[in-house]
Each structure stands twice: as structure tokens, then as C-alpha cells.
Ligand binder design. Sequence first.
Ligand SMILES: Cc1cc2nc3c(=O)[nH]c(=O)nc-3n(C[C@H](O)[C@H](O)[C@H](O)COP(=O)(O)OP(=O)(O)OC[C@H]3O[C@@H](n4cnc5c(N)ncnc54)[C@H](O)[C@@H]3O)c2cc1C
Ligand code: FES
Length: 244
Amino acid sequence: MPSSASPSTHRVTGSEPVGPYTLLRLERGGLDPGNPGQFFMLEAPGRLLPRPFSLCLAPPGELAFLVDPIGPGTEALCGLGTGDEIAVLGPLGCGYRLDVDRPLLVGGGIGIAPLPYLAEKLGGSPPVVLGFRTEEHAEAAALLPGAEVAVDPVVVTELIGPGFDVMACGPEPMLHAVAALCPTAQLAWEAPMACGYGACYGCVVEIDGALKRLCLEGPVLDAHRLNGHVRYLVPAESAGAVSR
Ligand SMILES: Cc1cc2nc3c(=O)[nH]c(=O)nc-3n(C[C@H](O)[C@H](O)[C@H](O)COP(=O)(O)OP(=O)(O)OC[C@H]3O[C@@H](n4cnc5c(N)ncnc54)[C@H](O)[C@@H]3O)c2cc1C
Ligand code: FES
């Protein structure tokens, strides 16, 4: 949790398309980039509540986020231009443990977002496998040069060899498939989040058999802690409606 839940204001330094996604660059100011897999709440222009995003890249003086425009908040963020200002809070939550012997980074779709910063923090060039729905989405693989890429109907789990310490982020069905293959994997889960620091209980899911706030316990969790499923206290649709 940050020392205070007050966001700070940051200027947009650039916004560039990466396939169908947008890489949004912000002036870093005094913010710590945190650990890979942690997230930041970004103000979505014209929306009541901020939205959670994993840090994608931490170039000197900047924080960069890869945004998939799937709804009003993400579309507004993709529409920001250089010089615009937004409020940012973070880093929040718990990221990946980096004390692994044989890392393999696994991403599905926009789940690629935290992996470039994770690869940088692991040092060297860890192996990476990525899965995308279309060739256009697969253009985002350019953020991780050397990655092996699967495009539908080939699924990314077909690229996972034995003996790796898997660190994954992607859609829920992919995370379940990865957990079944690699029970010791670290997985970045998602739930609708309205505050990001434990105040709203909008992100409660079943963790270790009890209802807990994903924004504090995760979003990265060892595979066994979800017992193979995510169960929202508030259905995702209702939480999405509240967040407008
Ligand atoms: C920890 C974390 C990190 C994230 N990192 C990224 C990232 O790096 N890049 C990125 O593009 N997106 C990321 N997301 C997802 C992103 O926050 C949502 O896509 C965004 O909040 C949607 O806002 P919207 O207003 O565009 O759409 P909304 O209208 O709010 O949502 C569109 C639909 O998606 C559902 N939905 C929204 N958010 C979630 C969620 N988190 N889980 C399940 N269903 C949801 C809604 O119920 C609705 O049906 C992350 C989410 C979390 C929790
Ligand atoms: S997002 Fe508010 S408690 Fe987790």
C-alpha cells in the first residue's frame, strides 16, 4: 500500500499505437516504479473512478502503460495526448517474486503488459512465450524481442516446456490452463478494482479458501492460492457498472 492514498498529477509524455493497444507514457515525477506485477490506478478522463494498470516499462523519468481500449475508461486513456495531465496512484499490490531459478514469462493478449518490466528486472533475457487472438494483436510482441509467439488457434500453453518457474499474466481461462500445467506458477489475476488500496472491497475474490481483497493480496498469487478459480463477491458486470 502507498504511504498515502493521494494520487499525484503527471503529464503525458507520449502515446503510441502498439497493434490495437496504446502505449501511454507519463512523466514519472516522484513515483517509484515498484516491483513488476504491481499496478497503478490511472485517472480515466471523464470517469468517476480510476482504473488499474500494470506498469509495462520504466524508462528513465517515465512510467509507461500498455492500454487495451475495451470500454469508456480505457478508450479515454488511449485518447490522451502529449501534455495532458492525469492523476496516478501507486505502485500498489504485490508483484512477482523475482527469486526464481529458471523463469519463463507467459503472456496472453493484454497480459503482455507487465512482462517487459518483469524481463528487465529479472536481468538478462528470460525466455518469453506469448499468445494472441490475431496477427494485429501479436504486433505487441515487439515489446519483448526474442519472444516465441502463438496466434489462435494455437494456444500459448503449447509453448510451455517442463522445468520452468512460470510467471504469467493473461485472461482467466489461460491462467487456469497454466495453473493446471504448472502448479507452482505465479499468476497475475484481475478483478474489477475501484480504489486499489483496500478501501472499497470491490475486488474481493476467494483466496486460500476465504474472501480477500485481491488488490492487497495480489494481483500476483501463487497458483494454488486461488484453488483453481476466481469467485467475485460482486459480479464483474455490477462492479463495472458501479465504476462508471
Ligand atoms: C491489477 C490489474 C492490472 C491491470 N492491468 C492492465 C493493463 O496493464 N492494461 C490494460 O489494458 N488493462 C489492465 N487491466 C484491466 C483494466 O483495468 C480494465 O480493462 C479497465 O479498468 C476497464 O475500464 P473501462 O472503463 O475501459 O471498461 P469497463 O466498462 O469498466 O469494463 C468493460 C468490461 O470489462 C469488465 N471489467 C473491467 N475491469 C475488469 C477486471 N479488472 N476484471 C474483470 N472484468 C473487468 C467490466 O465488468 C465490463 O464488462 C488491469 C486490471 C487489474 C485489476
Ligand atoms: S480495489 Fe478497493 S478494496 Fe481492492
